[in-house]
Ligand binder design. Structure first.
Ligand SMILES: [Mg+2]
Length: 183
């Protein structure tokens, strides 16, 4: 697969169970916020998301937020969750993630990156040598730059679906969310 292609795809974060991480030896998930967990308009996590995090924590799966967004956005979102975080993380550069692993005493094979963008989240994961998991954007931005990034992503996602021809349903969902054609 092309460098930066996600290792795993899910329709939504709510389809990811603690078991998924535990089976793969992952105990630390470096997670994007915008369009992965909530839309840009959601200031704080909804109850369903808080429950999802609680369940992960109970099962020994810890999180950190790695966002390219402003510190105030991440701080407010994380106020009740209290996870380690890095704002203005400059993804796809891997340095903020590298720092999080070091500060939390986590080895690369115990970590994963969860996000919605290949060119930031999955690229950072690949540069660092960490497993990457993608979900489709919850509600994509419509600006020209975003559209351009989604177009470029097609190449990586095609590479995924060539290797996983069984997951055509996910391919359809991605198309619905991003407008991209993957064939
Ligand atoms: Mg995002």
């Amino acid at each position: 697969m092309a460098f930066g292609t996600p290792n795993y795809l899910f329709e939504s974060i709510y389809d990811i169970t603690p078991d998924f991480f535990i089976k793969r030896g992952v105990c630390f998930v470096m997670c994007d916020i915008d369009n992965t967990l909530v839309t840009y308009d959601d200031i704080i996590p909804p109850a369903s998301l808080v429950n999802w995090f609680d369940n992960m924590k109970k099962n020994g799966v810890n999180f950190a937020f790695v966002s390219n967004n402003e510190k105030s956005r991440v701080e407010t979102f994380n106020r009740d969750l209290g996870y380690p975080f890095i704002a203005k993380a400059k993804k796809p550069l891997p340095f903020s993630m590298k720092r999080l692993l070091k500060e939390n005493g986590i080895k690369k094979n115990q970590a994963a990156v969860l996000g919605d963008q290949v060119l930031t989240d999955s690229m950072a994961a690949a540069s660092l040598g960490v497993m990457s998991i993608n979900v489709p954007p919850i509600k994509d931005r419509t600006g020209a730059f975003f559209k351009f990034k989604r177009r470029v992503e097609r190449l990586f996602m095609r590479s995924y679906w060539r290797k996983h021809p069984e997951s055509q349903e996910l391919c359809r969902i991605w198309h619905e969310k991003t407008g991209n054609r993957y064939k």
